[in-house]
Design a protein around this ligand. Structure first.
Ligand code: GLC
Length: 429
């Protein structure tokens, strides 16, 4: 293949239409149940961490239930950690013994998951960690990993060969891209190059060759932006925050996806109290789409192989809202240039149907004033029950001190509709 793999891009048309995906972080870290970085955070040596390998027995694992929960939530794709920073692999890889098949789970956990999610119509994505705290050739650096503070790091690195680790990394990516059918998203995580060379980046992963191989094996695949290469990526990946506006590079809008957790930890965290409310989660989804972005919302399954009740309750709540409001999300993007939503609201817009959606985060008393839309609205209705929302003509006299000629005013019911986030569907002329 010629060098043009650097300028190849994955198929993002379905991605920017579908908007909403499920992230799954599942590995041995589900057992300590206090963050997927536990081995780094608590500097746990291999011989102690081994206990989680020996006791990883997700006997209640049923990916059908996971796929159902995601589908009912309105999610259209999923991205699962094939291997996280701990180095443990969910599938029956031939390149290491540090895999689910060798734990009490005794089987490949990835294949049935891919089959179940595909069976429920969701697209398939793999998150694959570049970082590896278990592989014998991975060079221990002073920034990340359980041994980063070890006084005899130099001694520990004797005999380690980062190029051999890179070959292992490429070999596993080849397995993932040749043994599981079409993969729609590949999510590498993450590079941390340092000025003094003490971090890890493109040379440590052999990112250039990795990109070439990925494009040769699955050219349509959507690739994230964490290989430490200025090219070859398809999606920007803001994490654990909502961008203030749509993301642009050199003034040009780019495809972007916010990845977010329910409670802060990506891996199952039993005691974390900072769980976002259903309303906050819906606001994040709506906010992302209102800025022409996606939301990838994460679940950390338990060591028994289940989504816990806190995650399930939120997924069910999002699904309930999506059941009536998904057409304000799928196929939608930011509002046409110049249209600014009223305070505490977001616009999403479907350019195909020419319908504008007004998501109301704080229900106002009686009126919403839509600047720039006077004379441009054919009809408006509440999306949850298709009840009309009359457009007040300026002449109806609102005793306002000033009448804005370009403003259309919606006449609202006093009571907020009984849905988490009311949406007004506006049929534009
Ligand atoms: C960060 C975290 C990692 C998590 C990822 C998700 O890179 O280190 O634990 O998997 O974000 O985007």
């Amino acid at each position: 293949m010629t060098q043009d793999y650097r300028h190849m891009h994955g198929d993002t048309d379905w991605f920017v239409h579908d908007r909403f995906g499920l992230f799954i972080h599942w590995g041995l870290y589900a057992l300590p149940a206090r963050h997927e970085w536990i081995k780094h955070n608590e500097e746990i040596p291999d011989e102690i961490y081994e206990q989680y390998f020996a006791h990883f027995d997700p006997d209640l694992y049923d990916p059908e239930l996971w796929a159902q929960a995601a589908e009912h939530a309105g999610m259209k794709y999923f991205v699962v950690t094939t291997k996280h920073h701990e180095g443990f692999c969910l599938w029956d890889t031939q390149l290491t013994d540090y895999k689910a098949t060798n734990t009490p789970a005794g089987r490949d956990l990835l294949r049935p998951m891919v089959e179940a999610f595909r069976g429920h119509g969701l697209r398939v994505g793999f998150y694959h960690s570049l970082i590896d705290w278990h592989h014998p050739d991975y060079i221990i650096d002073p920034h990340i990993g359980p041994l980063r503070n070890s006084p005899n790091r130099a001694e520990l690195n004797k005999g380690r060969d980062q190029a051999r680790y890179a070959a292992y990394l490429h070999g596993q990516v080849r397995e993932l891209l040749t043994e599981f059918g079409q993969v729609d998203i590949l999510w590498f995580d993450f590079s941390y190059p340092q000025e003094d060379g003490s971090g890890k980046g493109r040379d440590d992963w052999k990112s250039e060759e990795l990109l070439k191989m990925v494009r040769e094996l699955q050219p349509h695949i959507i690739l994230d932006d964490r290989l430490d290469l200025p090219y070859g990526w398809d999606v920007k990946t803001p994490e654990q925050f909502q961008p203030r506006a749509g993301i642009t590079i050199d003034g040009k809008p780019v495809v972007w996806e916010a990845c977010q957790t329910f409670s802060g930890s990506w891996g199952y965290h039993r005691d974390e109290a900072s769980w976002k409310s259903l309303e906050q989660l819906l606001h994040m989804l709506i906010d992302s789409v209102s800025k022409d972005g996606n939301l990838l919302l994460n679940v950390g399954p338990t060591g028994r192989g289940e989504f816990d009740e806190r995650a399930l309750a939120r997924l069910q709540g999002m699904g309930e809202w999506m059941r009536r409001h998904s057409r304000a999300i799928y196929g939608c993007t930011q509002a046409p240039e110049g249209l600014v939503a009223p305070p505490d609201c977001r616009y999403t817009y479907n350019p195909q149907t020419h319908r504008l959606y007004l998501h109301v985060f704080a229900w106002p008393f009686l009126h919403l004033h839509l600047d720039g839309l006077a004379g441009k609205i054919k009809y408006a209705q509440l999306l949850n029950d298709a009840s009309e929302v009359p457009i007040m003509q300026q002449s109806s006299g609102l005793h306002m001190h000033e009448v804005h000629a370009d403003t259309a005013t919606l006449q609202l019911p006093v009571q907020k509709p009984n849905v988490t986030v009311p949406v007004i569907e506006i049929f534009l002329k």
